[in-house]
Design a protein around this ligand. Structure first.
Ligand code: SF4
Ligand code: SF4
Length: 202
């Protein structure tokens, strides 16, 4: 049986190192934040609560399916919308229920990542503790209210790649406009000896 060997060192060096760290920390300014008297300065991408932009939601159910905690509950019904000129009315999903249970949510952000229609956002708001755990189930109206606290998207990194939309727009603008089509003269039918003019029948 082999014994684990400790690295050789000067006896007491660990104690000196520990005291040095203590002294260094003692001379630093305190970083205690006086919350709740002073609101904390949170990073812009803080994950506080999930906000729902209801009009963007198409009830595709991707977020509910991908949520690892199964804490998103969605109900909907179909509605017929008459489209002028169309043979048949179109169908669209109408959201009846969109709840997130924040007592189960682990703030992984998968629902926000997978939403193809930008209907879910992170808000840095975190002051929504409740006395009753049941009140941590936020319905669609409550989730919609959080939209007011969603920060605007960060500015583009000047050294980063431009967005695909910008590249496409620049490419489109660089293409010279096609010359306008010239009006064509009406086709003149050549008159020949075997033509069907009046002279042929005389
Ligand atoms: S953040 Fe994660 S756990 Fe919370 S609702 Fe979204 S997918 Fe589910
Ligand atoms: S993934 Fe987005 S669009 Fe689809 S149901 Fe969820 S929130 Fe609505």
């Amino acid at each position: 049986m082999s014994e684990r060997s400790e690295p050789a060192g000067v006896p007491g060096s660990g104690l000196v190192k520990g005291l040095a760290v203590t002294l260094k920390t003692m001379t630093k300014r305190s970083t205690t934040q006086q919350y709740p008297d002073v609101a904390p300065e949170l990073p812009p991408r803080s994950r506080g609560v999930i906000a729902l932009l209801e009009e963007n939601c198409t009830v595709c159910m991707l977020c509910a399916r991908e949520c690892p905690d199964w804490c998103i509950y969605i109900d909907s019904h179909k509605e017929e919308v008459a489209v002028p000129g169309a043979a048949r009315p179109r169908q669209r999903n109408v959201l009846d229920r969109f709840d997130i249970d924040f007592s189960l949510c682990m703030y992984c952000g998968i629902c926000i990542e997978v939403c193809p229609f930008d209907a879910l956002y992170w808000s840095p708001e975190f002051e929504y503790a409740e006395y009753d755990i049941k009140d941590l189930l936020h319905d669609k109206d409550h989730l919609g209210e959080w939209m007011a606290t969603v920060p605007p998207p960060p500015a583009h990194d000047r050294n980063g790649e431009p967005a695909k939309e910008e590249t496409a727009a620049a490419r489109k603008a660089a293409v010279p406009a096609a010359p306008a089509a010239r009006p064509t003269a009406p086709a003149v039918r050549p008159e020949g000896p075997a033509g069907d003019g009046e002279g042929a029948s005389a």
